[in-house]
Design a protein around this ligand. Structure first.
Ligand code: HEC
Ligand code: HEC
Length: 290
């Protein structure tokens, strides 16, 4: 077995730094907008269109949401590749949501949604207003402090980092409480492979293609399974669970197989349900440093 160790630690750090910078494009959410209501009261601004929608228009908004947003945010808005949107209208305010739909969030997978005209965008917002923070959502019953302890005991930090501490095999979890609904987190802990990355065609998989489990077998018989860090026409780079990097010339490969249903993350389905709830409670509370 010949192991090709491509990148030094320093190069890996550089890559991470570049990734971090590219993520900085995201706009921080302004405080929930009360401006629309204030403006309306003072008669200086147009009334908030989403506030005046009829039940029929809200139902249309729901359908439009499922068609235009559901693919990334889940058909019920509880999060998939994109974050959970339950409670987002209350958090961001209507005007800000409108701007997210029109302009996207630069530097992320949230692109401007061109398929909706302004009126339809407001219908979608009217629908989002009906998704309260806890509606249709699993209640978080666990104890976050115990969850924190379990996080450390179960070796999560060897692969994940929070607030800059921990490993980089898996995604950073500092904001996971914003990104994912509790139900998603529970399902993921039980069966990580059933979750992303399933479809690598989406632009926001830019982050997630890195986690595509890929197996290569070289013509000389070397076999490596790892997560795909990078790929171009002629080469592919993998990183195994231990954090070692490999680079292969595709011409030297006997086979290259992507395994979209798999994750290098182990399943934690064998933990007692109470402990899973504690972990979910801990993760749900991680909402970034701000
Ligand atoms: C191609 C996938 C994709 C589609 C389609 C998409 N989004 Fe997003 N959306 C994302 C991703 C990814 C993010 C997270 C961006 C980030 O990293 O901050 C996001 C973020 C958001 C946010 C900010 C969430 C927060 O917690 O502040 C809102 C609001 C949002 N999307 C609404 C929508 C709406 C409404 C639609 C449909 C009209 C839509 N998105 C369509 C991928 C998508
Ligand atoms: C061997 C490395 C490894 C270990 C150990 C591990 N994970 Fe993961 N985790 C990953 C990878 C890689 C992903 C990326 C998606 C995928 O492959 O499923 C991931 C994804 C996740 C996600 C979803 C992130 C998102 O943005 O949707 C959460 C939440 C998570 N892990 C939590 C945990 C917790 C909690 C533990 C410990 C109980 C843990 N992980 C242990 C590697 C690991």
């Amino acid at each position: 077995m010949r192991r090709i160790r491509l990148w030094s630690c320093a190069a890996a750090m550089l890559m991470l730094a570049a990734w971090a910078v590219s993520r900085e494009g995201a706009i921080a959410a302004p405080a929930a907008g009360q401006q629309a209501d204030a403006g309306k009261a003072a008669g200086t601004e147009k009334p908030d269109p989403a506030a005046t929608m009829t039940a029929k228009q809200i139902a249309e908004g729901k359908e439009l949401f499922q068609g235009s947003c559901g693919e990334c945010h889940g058909v019920d808005g509880s999060g998939a590749v994109g974050p959970n949107l339950h409670g987002v209208a209350q958090k961001r305010g209507d005007q800000d949501l409108f701007s997210v739909i029109r302009n996207g969030i630069p530097g992320t997978g949230m692109a401007p949604v061109m398929s909706l005209n302004d009126h339809r965008a407001w219908e979608v917002i009217a629908y989002l207003r009906t998704l309260g923070p806890s509606k249709d959502e699993m209640a978080v019953t666990g104890d976050p402090a115990k969850g924190h302890q379990l996080y450390n005991e179960n070796g999560c930090a060897t692969c994940h980092s929070i607030g800059g501490q921990g490993g980089t095999v898996g995604p950073d979890l500092s904001q996971i409480g914003n990104m994912r609904a509790p139900k998603y987190l529970l399902d993921l802990l039980r069966d990580p492979g059933a979750h992303p990355p399933a479809d690598t065609a989406l632009p926001e998989r830019g982050q997630f293609t890195g986690y595509m489990v890929t197996q290569v077998i070289t013509k000389s018989g070397q076999e490596v399974t790892g997560i795909r860090v990078n790929e171009d026409t002629f080469t592919i780079q993998l990183r195994d669970v231990a954090g070692h990097y490999y680079s292969f010339n595709k011409a030297d490969l006997k086979s290259l197989k992507e395994e979209p249903g798999k994750s290098v993350m182990p399943s934690f389905a064998n933990l007692p349900p109470g402990q899973l709830d504690d972990l979910v409670a801990y993760l749900s509370g991680l909402k970034g440093a701000q």
